[in-house]
Design a protein around this ligand. Structure first.
Ligand SMILES: [Zn+2]
Length: 119
């Protein structure tokens, strides 16, 4: 008789017996459930970051319209729901490190934010 291994399923913590030492999950349903949960948790984590970033970008684009740049009061942008602390990267504009949200430069000028589209 083949040797039986006692394993603990990562999805539910249930103990099961198997003759295969490399078996991880109780069965394929448990494996699928575990992987689906793992992916859903990753997605939730990314959504928490992406949602405010995408919302802020949408507001900036709306403010810019067809213009290459626009100056908007900081408080007005906040009122619209923009989160001014979010940016995707920093780039050098005229030698000054500037926060960017994708293709839009966020240039603070006191109480005003100068939004500038960068090609
Ligand atoms: Zn399980």
């Amino acid at each position: 008789m083949a040797k039986l291994y006692s394993k603990e399923c990562p999805c539910c913590g249930e103990t099961f017996q198997t003759t295969r030492i490399d078996k991880i999950y109780k069965n394929s349903l448990h494996q699928r459930s575990y992987n689906n949960n793992k992916q859903a948790n990753k997605r939730k984590l990314l959504d928490r970051l992406n949602k405010p970033i995408n919302a802020t970008y949408k507001i900036y684009k709306e403010m810019l319209g067809n213009k290459m740049s626009t100056r908007i009061p900081r408080e007005f942008l906040k009122g619209k729901g923009a989160n001014l602390r979010y940016f995707s990267h920093v780039t050098s504009i005229d030698g000054v490190p500037t926060n960017m949200l994708f293709d839009i430069a966020i240039i603070p000028e006191g109480t005003i934010i100068n939004l500038r589209k960068i090609k």
